[in-house]
Design a protein around this ligand. Sequence first.
Ligand code: AN7
Length: 356
Amino acid sequence: MSWAGIIDKYREFLPVSSKTPVVTLNEGNTPLVPSPVLSDRLGLEVYLKYEGLNPTGSFKDRGMTVAVSKAKESGASAIICASTGNTSASAAAYAARAGLRCVVLIPKGAVAQGKLSQALIHGARVIAIDGNFDQALMMVRRIAQTEAITLVNSVNPYRLEGQKTGAFEVCDQLGGKAPDFHAIPVGNAGNISAYWMGYGEYYEKKIVGSKPVMLGFQAEGAAPIVKKKIIKDPRTIATAIRIGNPASWKSAENARDSSGGVIDTVTDKEILEAYKLLADKEGIFVEPASAASVAGVLKLGRTGYFEKKLKSMKRATLVCVLTGHGLKDPDRAIASVKKPKTVAANLNAILKAVKL
Ligand code: AN7
């Protein structure tokens, strides 16, 4: 078998041993797709790391295979997480495969349908709280302290260990080079921290000769890191990143500052424009949160950021992580387009409607 998941592929970089029971759905190995439209607009060589093609449709599977394998190794019988949706979908699937019970806390009414259906169909016990993600995270942290249940949010270090393999793959796919720029949406800030860790490890081991400039993007109404304060009531249509007090706040700042990068905001309007652009011009369907990385680099492009930064770099490469699949949030897609027209079942009416 050629690909058996990220633990099999990157074992030497991960905290596993021959005794660890590997719980995998063959996550990882996602395509790095060239983006002609963004390359043209930005004057860079742009690639899209399509993480929506992981087994449960988001990047969360990379961290979850490690967290759930380690939970099983430690003899746990149950896992718990708070989630804006994707973590719960992934936790539920890996728990099902591992034979563990799974409990998830979600903010009521703020999780996209695709994600909710995943958590439920995999048999997780789903509790909606009358509150937001930050409150849900606080609750599960408390529960995991006193109850016999393993927390699998990204405060569990095994999650970031698994997620750092995204950076390894990008470098491997670029032929043993790190990109010059790495753009990524920021919610709870685990993924930007994990990528920075991954690039750092490949650099330390001299597998690559440089590290990228890290570019993180938060939604305008949910941008605690940019605004340097906790947002009590975060708001954005990108529900995945509707987070006001990120768990990995400090390490995200470290990734930004050590790499000479930026963490900036994008408006919901900019997110939706990038979402449509990817679908219309590149044939790639992502959920709104994922489009934040693309919205962000387009914004930086408009302000001349790359030209200023690039004086010395020729043919610079930029990788945007597309964190989740568009099918996660079908309601948003339907709300963003014209509804299909119904016509009589006859050829004339159909041809008239098609307007060839
Ligand atoms: C599609 O599922 O926090 O900055 O509970 O689902 O590592 O949090 C999801 C986050 C970006 C932000 N894109 O990543 C959850 C959750 C998508 C996401 C993020 C999330 P982090």
